[in-house]
Design a protein. Structure first.
Length: 546
């Protein structure tokens, strides 16, 4: 790894990878075996502050929104707060760590080769997948899911199968995160360079929309942290390529900024030159909606991120996390709401979670002391949502967020999935297995009412006097950070992830997905980087052999 300020003004390589994220790291490590590779990552290194990625700092790291933070925050046009990664390793540095493969059906629909997919998953797992140490709260969640008829009990598995299971994690037993950046340990160090704080401004093409031949990518320009521009060109070999792995926000944005996208939109933003009118760039944006329920606990709860998951037959996934260490600001807002809820509940006493103890915690926060939430958060995620949106440029600055609309719950079928998921969450909360971690005097409806009072998003709220799970879904929707689309297969890229109508340019990341794989996409995004890296090297070997 090198800071981009050390980059030469002009360089040439076989493969330019834009984005050192979840897919880009796996792809770069693979391609470096037999070719020269340059990775351009707009963010910094997770190794600069390794404790920030430990499990106890999950909330604070993802909530940090300083100018150089690893999480770049944005608000979708739906009024939902979200983040996009800007760090080597991408979203795998920020996420809740859950590791789960795509289903067999997903692999079949994607027309991937099953054995190569299996080999790629195993390659990833040797570096960063672990079996979690399941303790009290997560065990109670698992047993509560079984009691709620999310069957069968599938035990521990990386596989995505209907029922209740314990999935993998990228946190080791000591709570240290292993991200996609660790996959670079596989790389041939003689063939790879990673530039950090390198902001790509344009992909360069040999011809434009007015030319008689197909456009062909031949290089890129990027800017370093000092404002200096650098140029990288592909070495003289027809197999060399520019590969976008900038994620569901970055890849369609970069295509549009480089002159590839809906013509009228690019003309309106004065993007020059116009390389290719490709109307579907930025279309099909989709985010899996998540609706959480905060459950205060009368007994101490361990720190845990997602381990147990209920994969229902009606396309809602039930998961949970417990006892996070969070910032003073967020902690204050949560505990003030919890205090108001408990003051309305008579006969509730606890040595660990009383209104008096909350008042004391609020006072301690005024003194600048961080605290831990002795509670759990159970949530449902809608799988395969039918609601779709789109992305548009805000301006021509690649460092700024574009406009993005996800249209959460626009389609009735998504709303119905949410309602069924929340009904299952209620069953879990009221289950015998989970009773130890719920105050007996607090009803599920009160917990839902508490969530309506929290600033989980910027959307308008409706009173809970006439309780409606459908309205709750709409009002309290949040992201689970699994957004995808914008460069989808069959619409922007072909089945080999080559951009339609352009030579020497591919997109390999979650922007190509028609739907998010499994309960968490990171395993499959990393797998895809490895899988396609092997395919590309084989194509290169076949060409050279001829």
């Amino acid at each position: 790894m090198k800071d981009a300020t050390f980059a030469p003004k002009l360089s040439r390589v076989d493969y330019i990878i834009i984005g050192g994220g979840t897919s880009g790291c796996a792809l770069a490590a693979t391609l470096s075996k037999n070719a020269s590779v340059l990775v351009l990552e707009r963010g910094g290194s997770p190794y600069d502050n390794p404790t920030a990625t430990d499990i106890g700092n999950f909330a604070n790291t993802i909530l940090n929104n300083t100018p150089n933070s690893w999480a770049q925050h944005f608000i979708s046009e739906d009024g939902v707060h979200n983040v996009r990664p800007r760090v080597l390793g991408g979203g795998s540095v920020l996420n809740a760590g859950f590791y789960s493969r795509a289903s067999d059906e997903y692999v079949e629909e994607a027309e991937w080769e099953r054995q190569e997919v299996e080999d790629a998953y195993e390659w990833v797992e040797r570096k960063l997948a672990f079996e979690p140490q399941v303790m009290g709260w997560q065990r109670a969640l698992k047993d509560g899911l079984l009691e709620a008829d999310v069957l069968p009990n599938n035990g521990f598995t990386f596989d995505h199968i209907v029922g209740t299971k314990i999935g993998g994690t990228i946190f080791d037993r000591a709570g240290h995160r292993h991200s996609a950046a660790n996959l670079l340990e596989y790389a041939n160090r003689n063939n790879i360079v990673v530039y950090l704080h390198a902001s790509v401004h344009k992909i360069l093409f040999t011809t434009t929309a007015t030319g008689s031949q197909r456009p062909k990518a031949y290089g890129i320009t990027f800017q370093d942290a000092n404002g200096m521009f650098h140029k990288v060109e592909l070495a003289d070999n027809p197999m060399n390529e520019v590969i976008l792995s900038a994620g569901a926000m970055g890849s369609p944005q970069q295509l549009m900024l480089s002159g590839v996208g809906p013509k009228a939109h690019l003309v309106a933003h004065r993007v020059k030159p116009l390389v290719l009118d490709l109307p579907m760039v930025g279309q099909g944006m989709c985010d899996n909606p998540m609706n959480p329920v905060f459950v205060p606990s009368p007994t101490p709860v361990e720190v845990s991120l997602v381990q147990a998951v209920g994969i229902t037959k009606f396309d809602s996934y039930i998961e949970g996390i417990s006892t996070l260490n969070v910032s003073i600001y967020l902690t204050r807002r949560f505990f003030q709401g919890v205090s108001d809820l408990l003051k309305k509940t008579s006969g509730t006493t606890s040595t660990t979670f009383t209104t008096q103890s909350i008042d004391n915690l609020l006072k301690s926060m005024d003194r600048g002391i961080n605290v831990r939430l002795n509670a759990g958060l159970i949530f449902q995620k809608v799988a395969r949502p039918a609601s779709r949106g789109h992305m548009e440029l805000r301006n021509t600055n690649p460092n700024d967020n574009p406009y993005v609309t996800f249209n959460y719950y626009q389609e009735t079928e998504d709303l119905n999935k949410c309602v069924e998921g929340l009904e299952t969450v209620i069953k879990v909360i009221n289950s015998k297995a989970f009773s130890k971690y719920k105050f007996p005097g607090v009803t599920a409806r009160e917990l839902f009412g508490f969530m309506v009072g929290l600033p989980t998003n910027l959307r308008p709220r409706h009173a809970m006097s006439r309780f409606s799970l459908k309205q709750f879904c709409i009002d309290t929707v949040m992201t689970i950070w699994h957004y995808h689309g914008g460069c989808q297969v069959g619409r922007v890229v072909d089945k080999d992830y080559k951009v339609l109508g352009i030579d020497s340019l591919r997109v390999i990341d979650g922007s190509t997905f028609l739907k998010s794989p499994g309960t968490n996409p990171q395993a499959t995004v990393m797998m895809l980087g490895r899988y396609m890296g092997k395919k590309i090297l084989q194509e290169r070997a076949d060409f050279q052999g001829n």
